[in-house]
Design a protein around this ligand. Structure first.
Ligand code: GAR
Length: 192
């Protein structure tokens, strides 16, 4: 079995998509744990509704948070950590121990970096009158949104688009892309 841990700070629609893909046998994997820095994240409710263990990390200190997480994660058999709308920086212990990927709602390197997440990204894309936006899945390193790119999907930005409508289009494309990327990771493990 391919073992995932998903980190999420908010709504968790990306987490839900992974859960649904597993239930529908579109992804042969299991989520062993959902981690959130936000006790009110709806992602936690989605995990609980699907009997997935959750862990809330509330330590504000970067180094302590890294060590606390590395201690918790050491109890799980992990093939891949997926950041699905997780807004905190990942520390060195985790980066050293695990393969970690992030999904970001823009065509990186555009509209990435600290503070650039979710609707902030879509608002910035609309203000700049970009012709295209999209989603990027990339490996996580010690800098926000700077790790090497695994895959990108382009979405056309229409003159009639708002940040809301763009967000919906990007998120739909992003979810399809993420499941494809996860399937590739699963396949690679099967071949190794
Ligand atoms: C996703 O679009 C993801 O790309 C973005 O947050 C959304 C999470 O939605 N992540 C970032 O902006 C990270 N920089 P969700 O909570 O409904 O899954």
């Amino acid at each position: 079995m391919y073992h995932l841990v998903v980190f999420a700070s908010g709504n968790g629609s990306t987490l839900q998509c992974i859960i649904d893909s597993i239930h529908n046998h579109e992804l042969e994997a299991q989520i062993d744990l959902v981690v959130s820095d936000n006790p009110n994240a709806y992602a936690l409710k989605r995990a609980e509704a699907n009997n997935i263990a959750t862990y809330i990390i509330q330590n504000k200190n970067f180094t302590q948070r890294d060590l606390e997480l590395s201690n918790i994660l050491s109890k799980y058999p992990i093939d891949l950590i997926v950041l699905a709308g997780y807004l905190k920086m990942i520390g060195p212990s985790l980066l050293e121990m695990y393969t970690i990927i992030n999904t970001h709602p823009s065509l990186l390197p555009k509209y990435g970096g600290k503070g650039m997440h979710g609707m902030y990204v879509h608002k910035a894309v609309i203000s700049a009158q970009e012709k295209y936006s999209g989603a990027t899945i990339h490996f996580v390193n010690q800098e926000y949104d700077k790790g090497s790119i695994i895959s990108q999907t382009k979405v056309e930005v229409l003159a009639s688009d708002t940040a809301d409508s763009l967000s919906q289009k990007v998120q739909a494309a992003e979810k399809i892309q993420l499941i494809q990327v996860l399937n590739n990771f699963v396949k690679q493990k099967g071949q190794s």
